[in-house]
Design a protein around this ligand. Structure first.
Ligand SMILES: Nc1ncnc2c1ncn2[C@@H]1O[C@H](COP(=O)(O)OP(=O)(O)OP(=O)(O)O)[C@@H](O)[C@H]1O
Length: 511
């Protein structure tokens, strides 16, 4: 075999040795550096549609890497690269001999002093170049170019196939993302956003209580995710494949509560033509979620207490108790203890229910969850709005969302994101309809959560020192992910004793 053939055979063998361009390029380099005075090589694509050069792979003595580094070109540079007169192989013993190469290399590999560029063509399409470079000026001779010129076809083929492979991988990643969204919308286990940040403590409680059959009372402001947490308890329990029945206690008229909850026997009242199961029976084997429990009238509270004690119900018009295997999860945004004092909520029922209370912090106390929720909602809305990519949000708009006070909690955020998507029509999302963020309600933050104390931003509308202290403590808790004591905790950062911080939080009403 002639020397040229041996060279061609060895390089093409190495080039096709792996499906990963970084590996095959490194293998080529290891051989080529013994044949040519090179310090490295790379593959650059010519992206005519976006007027860019994209470096996709590089290899030198340290190893091979896949890259995605892009350099913008001027229209004149694109014309120069498209010019049919540009030779298929070019020796540049000084980088500034060619203005486009100088522009690109000064940004990608500024130490390179001389180069051989091998143009890659595929079906009349100018794919880009393979660059063989040296850190010394005047390294290359015509014989080096002669050796390399037969390689333009194999390099072009391998690069083209590799790019196709990458497109397939990108499609696969997109399919996986769609799958995740679908699973979430079907209520799979990973649908609690903030489970590892603002809702970490809540989720620890959920994980602990879910496998047991204990009654759970979820408390939290309206729209903060009580149903989401109730659902998480059910899906993490052994009852996950059994019914999860949600009852909105506030939505049932007083006169219908008994028959809706406990069902009725045939003939129990006019119109009761056949026996009907109530919500409790429908939930048999699974979980019943009693939402808005605070709205339940006192008479129904007594009967609920009986169910909790005996795990049996009696249908309206019936006498026989029906035994049930159910787990009860209740939720309210009302202050049940206050209602007890007023006499509108039964004390005995409270004690039965509050065996395992879970308090969900409002969204303004876990602002770190806002970007996560926004991203989750955008993914959810993607399908509904028939979009093929996520709309963008400018950092200051995201900061605005994080600083806003969210009186309607996550539900209000859901509505705000939906409204912004409807209004945006493909442009970056705007949330100016939320109105200015009040200084009193949030401290100015940059998008990377660094607090900015800027007296020039103070207005004449002063707020009480207690309110400012509360906001500052809340901010410290956000920064530390809710950690109070120990290294990196809020007490350390605020330079006070953890017990002092706790008592101040209690006084200021911080959860
Ligand atoms: N942690 C979360 N992750 C994902 N979505 C959430 C989360 N919290 C709330 N949501 C969404 O916010 C909306 C309101 O949540 P949910 O109905 O659970 O609140 P709630 O506290 O039960 O409200 P209400 O007090 O009105 O009964 C729903 O669309 C829900 O999917």
């Amino acid at each position: 075999m002639s020397n040229e053939l041996k060279f061609f055979f060895e390089v093409t063998q190495r080039l096709s040795s792996s499906l990963q361009l970084d590996r095959s390029l490194k293998s080529c380099f290891d051989y080529l550096e013994q044949q040519l005075p090179i310090d490295g090589m790379y593959i650059n694509l010519f992206r005519q549609e976006s007027e860019e050069i994209q470096m996709v792979a590089h290899a030198d003595r340290q190893g091979g890497q896949l890259l995605d580094r892009r350099i913008a070109l001027t229209p004149q540079m694109c014309d120069a690269l498209n010019n049919g007169e540009r030779p298929p192989i070019l020796i540049l013993n000084y980088i500034d001999m060619d203005s486009v190469t100088h522009h690109v290399m000064s940004q990608l590999l500024p130490k390179v002093k001389s180069l051989i560029l091998l143009k890659m063509h595929c079906d009349d399409f100018h794919l880009g170049v393979v660059g063989f470079y040296s850190y010394k000026e005047q390294s290359f001779r015509a014989r080096h170019a002669d050796m390399l010129q037969s390689l333009h076809q194999p390099f072009a083929m391998v690069t083209a196939f590799n790019l196709q492979g990458r497109n397939l991988l990108a499609e696969k990643a997109q399919l996986e993302a769609e799958n995740r969204t679908l699973r979430r919308s079907m209520g799979s286990r990973d649908d609690v956003i903030g489970a590892n940040s603002g809702l970490k403590q809540v989720m620890e409680q959920v994980e602990a209580i879910a496998p047991l059959d204990s009654t759970v009372l979820i408390q939290g402001e309206t729209g903060c995710g009580k149903e989401v947490i109730a659902n998480a308890i059910h899906t993490r329990s052994a009852r996950a494949h059994k019914p999860f029945i949600k009852v909105n206690c506030g939505a049932i008229p007083d006169t219908l509560i008994d028959s809706e909850l406990f069902g009725y026997e045939k003939g129990a009242f006019t119109g009761a033509e056949k026996r009907k199961q109530g919500y409790f029976e429908q939930a048999n084997g699974g979980t019943i979620f009693l939402d808005e429990l605070g709205e339940l009238p006192l008479s129904a509270q007594v009967r609920l207490l009986r169910v909790l004690q005996s795990r049996t119900i009696v249908r309206v018009g019936g006498v026989e108790p029906v035994e049930l295997d159910i787990r009860i999860v209740a939720a309210t945004h009302r202050d049940l203890q206050e209602m007890m004092k007023e006499g509108t909520f039964r004390e005995d029922l409270w004690y039965r229910l509050s065996v395992f209370p879970i308090a969900i912090p409002p969204l303004r106390h876990r602002r770190q969850d806002v970007p996560l929720l926004v991203h989750h909602l955008l993914e959810q809305f993607l399908g509904r709005f028939n979009l093929d990519r996520l709309p963008s949000i400018a950092p200051e708009q995201l900061a605005k969302l994080q600083n806003y006070n969210w009186p309607g909690n996550v539900r209000e955020l859901v509505n705000a994101v939906e409204r912004a998507m409807i209004q945006s029509r493909g442009a970056p999302l705007q949330f100016d309809f939320l109105g200015p963020v009040e200084v009193a309600e949030s401290l100015p933050m940059t998008s990377n959560q660094t607090i900015v104390i800027d007296p020039s931003r103070a207005t004449d509308q002063l707020v009480s020192l207690d309110m400012m202290t509360a906001k500052y403590i809340e901010h410290a808790l956000r920064v530390t992910g809710g950690k109070i004591h120990g290294q990196g905790g809020a007490a350390e950062k605020l330079d006070i004793h953890p017990n002092t911080l706790r008592s101040r939080m209690k006084k200021l009403g911080i959860l």
